[in-house]
Design a protein around this ligand. Structure first.
Ligand SMILES: Cc1ncc(COP(=O)(O)O)c(C=O)c1O
Length: 353
């Protein structure tokens, strides 16, 4: 076999990979941070209308531009600062394969897919541990970032749920001039601030966003990025393939964005449910809940991990089981669902103690 190919196959075979969650039929799905407060009928109606509108025999020629405009309006920037892709996963992949290489700095724990993709592209990764309450040691992070080529900041962070303080993130961006900084705002619609409008004038920062979470379109696969005009032009014209999103998904995304007010209402529900769950879980012995700016909670249950996991399983509730992570014992990441789903989750946890 060709040596180059042989080496690549051996290298890739040794790498870790993202494991997709298991599909459990009929379960209450609180493991992937989707938005179930957005009712299925609403999305189905938009999808049915989209299916009637598009002509799948044709390539989507002007729908992307229409989407840029809606995404720009929603993000508070001009159209020229927005590009889109088939989920933010694909945008991350394209950015790493074209602008990546060398060394990346991330804080951990964070979104494991990003680390896996850096490894796939042969990048070295410097992992700076978050502090005990998931705050960031700014000095340690900047020190590492200045020795790297690329910096990844997940904000709010998956799986911890918290958003690093805005001033600290901007301070980091200012302290690592010349490095590519990727700010992953997949969960920002549930948080208090976004940096979208701040990055359009910077030459090294890209904000990644998605319609998979708050907008309830994980199945449609639509992600987007906000950055300066030069990055966006290059991404749209050269990096991205000509037709990255199906015309059906484009029409569905446009349909949901046109009804963004309804989505905003569900975001308010999720935020209020987040507070309710936080308060209820905080009142339980053996459960430590961490402050979240996202649509999920990171909880540490220590020695109650096995009984709680068992109870959830037998009650048909699926959460992301993290085990021991970042110095914390028996951890889980739980999506905020509808009030009814959340009640069932609380009932199951309380019943197992
Ligand atoms: C932090 C983060 N970024 C990106 C993604 C991927 O989103 P998309 O569905 O747009 O590919 C996820 C999905 O879980 C995520 O948690």
């Amino acid at each position: 076999m060709n040596r180059h190919l042989d080496n690549n196959i051996k290298r890739i075979a040794r790498l870790g990979h993202y494991t997709k969650p298991e599909k459990v039929k009929g379960a209450i799905k609180l493991d992937s941070n989707e938005n179930f407060a957005l009712d299925k009928e609403f999305v189905a109606d938009v999808a049915a209308e989209a299916a009637r509108k598009v002509d799948l025999r044709e390539y989507p020629l002007d729908q992307l531009e229409e989407l840029y405009s809606q995404l720009a309006k929603y993000s508070g920037v001009k159209d020229k600062y927005v590009a889109a892709g088939s989920g933010s996963d694909q945008i991350i992949e394209l950015l790493l394969s074209t602008l990546g290489g060398g060394r990346a700095t991330v804080f951990v724990p964070t979104f494991s897919y990003f680390i896996n993709r850096c490894q796939l592209h042969g990048m070295k990764i410097d992992q700076v541990p978050l502090e005990r309450e998931f705050t960031l040691d700014r000095r340690a992070f900047v020190k590492s970032a200045n020795k790297s080529d690329l910096v990844y900041i997940c904000s709010p962070n998956n799986p911890t749920g918290n958003q690093i303080d805005r001033d600290m993130v901007m301070d980091i961006v200012d302290s690592v001039k010349g490095k590519l900084v990727l700010i992953d705002e997949a969960y920002v619609d549930f948080a208090d601030y976004s940096l979208s409008a701040d990055v359009t004038k910077r030459d090294n920062v890209i904000v990644l966003r998605t319609l998979s979470k708050a907008f309830g379109l994980a199945g449609a696969r639509v992600g987007y990025m906000v950055a300066n005009e030069k990055f966006i032009r290059m991404f749209r014209s050269t990096i991205q393939s000509p037709y990255p999103i199906s015309s059906l998904s484009l029409a569905i995304a446009s349909g949901v964005l046109a009804r963004a007010d309804h989505v905003r209402k569900t975001i308010r529900t999720v935020r209020s449910e987040r507070s309710r769950l936080f308060t209820r879980l905080s009142g339980l012995d053996c459960v430590k809940v961490f402050k979240s700016d996202a649509n999920f909670l990171f909880i540490e249950v220590g020695r109650k991990y096995v009984p709680i996991s068992k109870a959830l399983k037998s009650d048909g509730i699926v959460v992301k089981l993290l085990g021991n992570i970042a110095g914390h014992k028996g951890c889980m990441r739980v999506t905020i669902g509808t009030p009814d789903m959340n009640d069932k989750f609380l009932h199951s946890v309380e019943g197992s103690l």
